[in-house]
Design a protein around this ligand. Structure first.
Ligand SMILES: NC(=O)c1ccc[n+]([C@@H]2O[C@H](COP(=O)([O-])OP(=O)(O)OC[C@H]3O[C@@H](n4cnc5c(N)ncnc54)[C@H](O)[C@@H]3O)[C@@H](O)[C@H]2O)c1
Ligand SMILES: O=C(O)C(=O)C[C@]1(C(=O)O)C=C[C@@H](O)C=C1
Length: 356
């Protein structure tokens, strides 16, 4: 049902979708308003430039993966040019996208508004990965005018990316993501903003806790301003509740009544327990992860990769946890299941400290 796809906007999300579809045998054509971005996405194997094979006709589906402000006009242009039979977008807000698309005169019958709940604080095709959506929900918000066949096609597309499609109304979607994505982003930024004034000695003590809480604060402020502006009232409502909890906690501590914070901490534990799936799990269930201690000195990562290559094991992904000022860091190597024992043995024999 999805054999050919067009992706307009070859950034983080567009290229990740293209890579995932390509792995499933889909022929992907890409477009981006920035030629360098398009070239990089193509070089990464995400697809070929749109229009490079003349006369190929409309694709099964076109994915509009541009920033929210651009989505309605890009959708209209794509439909006018007949890029595909079915269209979807990935913007993080849905009600305003549908209203703007309608006002511009887009064909709503072939448009299935969508939002994959996988992403990253990074942008551009260089950060893209085929497994970005594995095990994540993918919201689909058909309108009363959406053709059921179009919904089926986009459902299939989400499944081919390894995601779980979830059909819901656009307003309900926007309220939900205010709670689980947009307000958390602002809260994370508020915590991270405090660090600007911290002295170097304080920041040298930064451990995994503050890294976890602030990772998403590294996202592009321009993109987030667009998202927040398109979902302002629902996000403001959640932020007001968070602010009230924080104000009450600060008042209790000022009054030397730390025990009064118990309720908030317990509600926090209960709230976190409601997040489905393995909390904090790596997004790479296909891979085994080996932790290797690396000295903080020039060339140590290069030597580690060379040792992995000598063992004949391809490193699929790497994450480095390192606190400035400490002489050691930890590299988390993701490798294909089944190759981790061989790699651990080989690295151990050449002197690396390996923690499976
Ligand atoms: N970043 C995330 O975690 C995340 C997750 C889910 C959904 N989204 C949504 O995905 C969309 C893309 O975000 P991203 O993180 O991939 O951003 P990105 O900046 O990595 O990619 C956006 C791409 O769109 C291109 N573009 C902009 N205007 C265009 C136009 N008029 N025509 C063609 N291309 C155009 C840009 O050049 C850029 O390459 C946004 O709507 C965002 O809300 C983001
Ligand atoms: O950075 C991540 O890990 C994300 O998944 C980002 C995240 C999210 O809040 O979940 C951010 C915005 C999107 O619209 C979807 C996903």
């Amino acid at each position: 049902m999805v054999e050919r796809a067009v992706v307009v906007g070859a950034g983080l999300i567009g290229t990740s979708i293209a890579l995932a579809l390509g792995r499933g045998g889909v022929e992907v054509e890409l477009a981006d308003r920035d030629p360098a971005t398009l070239r990089l996405a193509c070089e990464l194997g995400a697809g070929r430039p749109l229009g490079s094979v003349p006369g190929s006709g409309p694709a099964d589906v076109a994915v509009i993966a541009a920033p929210p402000r651009a989505v309605p006009a890009v959708l209209l242009d794509a439909q006018k040019n007949g890029f595909a039979h079915v269209y979807t977008d990935v913007a993080s807000v849905k009600e305003s996208m549908i209203a703007e698309a309608d006002a511009l005169g887009c064909d709503l019958s072939s448009y299935v508004p969508g939002h994959p709940m996988g992403g990253s604080e990074r942008q551009g095709p260089g950060a893209a990965r085929a497994d970005l959506f594995l095990g994540r929900s993918w919201a689909l918000c058909p309108t009363t005018r959406t053709d059921p066949g179009a919904l089926e096609t986009v459902t299939r597309l989400a499944e081919m990316c390894g995601a779980d499609p979830l059909v819901l109304d656009a307003a309900a979607h926007d309220r939900a993501v205010a709670l689980v994505s947009h307000a958390p982003h602002v809260a994370s930024a508020a915590v991270a903003a405090r660090l600007r004034g911290g002295d170097d000695a304080a920041l040298a003590l930064a451990g995994q806790g503050v890294r976890d809480v602030t990772r998403i604060a590294g996202g592009d402020p321009g993109m987030w301003l667009e998202i927040l502006g398109h979902n302002a009232a629902p996000v403001a409502a959640v932020l007001e509740e968070i602010a009230a909890d924080l104000a009450a906690a600060a008042a209790a501590l000022r009054a030397a009544e730390a025990r009064d914070v118990t309720d908030l901490l317990e509600r926090g534990v209960a709230g976190r327990a409601r997040i489905p799936g393995k909390h904090g799990a790596e997004r790479t269930p296909d891979y085994a992860v080996l932790a290797v201690v690396i000295p903080d000195e020039p060339g140590s990562l290069g030597r580690l990769f060379a040792a992995a290559a000598d063992a004949g094991v391809n490193v699929e992904d790497v994450r480095i946890d390192h606190s400035p000022g400490l002489p050691l860091g930890v590299a988390q190597l993701s490798v294909a299941q089944g190759s981790e024992d061989r790699l651990a043995r080989a690295l151990g024999e050449s002197g690396w400290s390996v923690h499976p």
